[in-house]
Design a protein around this ligand. Structure first.
Ligand code: FMN
Length: 215
């Protein structure tokens, strides 16, 4: 049984990537796992050309093509995104839009599989996880867990964070906040999120085992 973990954050080795890896770690005693970061990948949106209707293969030629086999061969998915403007970030949105190729002809290439949704945000991580859950539901992938954590907004390191009145430091911490290492969110500072991720991975692998035994 194979679980495919996807981090949709444009930042490599970000909190989203780390949290997805923690879910995979919770499952890897019983399942094979593969981790892919979408960081640096060129994946455009679905253009509704219907080029995938007859053969369930997207007609667009970009980096999603190289991921198709991993998606199709996986038995379950752990998909993580960052909250950008209250929804999942655009790269993850494009990635999941392109799953439209699997929706034709009963969608059997992904329908009936299992998933875990992972959301990260500077202040509000839940909307990203909720968006992923909705995508999974469209594809009839059962979401067996939802995991969230806080990540570091770019404003911690942009150089203007303490003074910028429209940035995350003012918004989430209040005017006058000094940026110190202690207030920068990292996954190590959120052991409860790591625990929840490991537990979600275990639930996912147990469900996969049960499905395998039942067939
Ligand atoms: C363009 C942009 C918009 C963002 N909008 C939000 C937001 O609306 N709410 C929020 O909680 N965090 C927001 N953030 C902060 C990110 O969610 C945060 O930096 C998170 O850690 C990103 O995930 P990563 O660490 O895995 O890259 C935004 C970040 C960017 C770059």
């Amino acid at each position: 049984m194979k679980i495919l973990g996807i981090s949709g954050s444009p930042r490599r080795d970000s909190v989203t990537a780390q949290l997805v890896k923690e879910v995979l770690a919770g499952a890897e005693a019983e399942c094979e796992t593969e981790f892919v970061s979408l960081s640096g990948k060129r994946i455009g949106p679905c253009v509704a050309c219907l080029g995938c209707v007859r053969d369930n293969v997207c007609a667009l030629n970009d980096d999603l093509a190289g991921l198709r086999e991993s998606i199709v061969s996986a038995d379950a998915y752990v998909i993580g995104a960052a909250n950008f403007y209250g929804v999942l970030n655009g790269l993850t949105h494009c990635f999941l839009e392109r799953w439209y190729q699997f929706r034709h002809r009963e969608g059997k290439l992904v329908a009936g599989k299992l998933g875990v949704a992972v959301g990260v945000g500077g202040g509000m991580p839940a909307p990203a996880a909720e968006s992923i859950k909705a995508f999974l539901q469209y594809h009839q992938v059962e979401c067996v867990g939802e995991v969230t954590a806080q990540g570091p907004a770019c404003c911690f390191t942009c150089g203007y964070g303490e003074d910028c009145k429209v940035g995350a430091i003012h918004m989430f911490f209040g005017a006058g906040t000094k940026i110190t290492p202690e207030i920068i969110p990292t996954l190590e500072k959120q052991p409860e999120a790591v625990g929840a991720a490991r537990a979600a991975g275990k639930i996912l692998s147990d469900r996969l085992l049960a499905l395998a035994l039942a067939t």
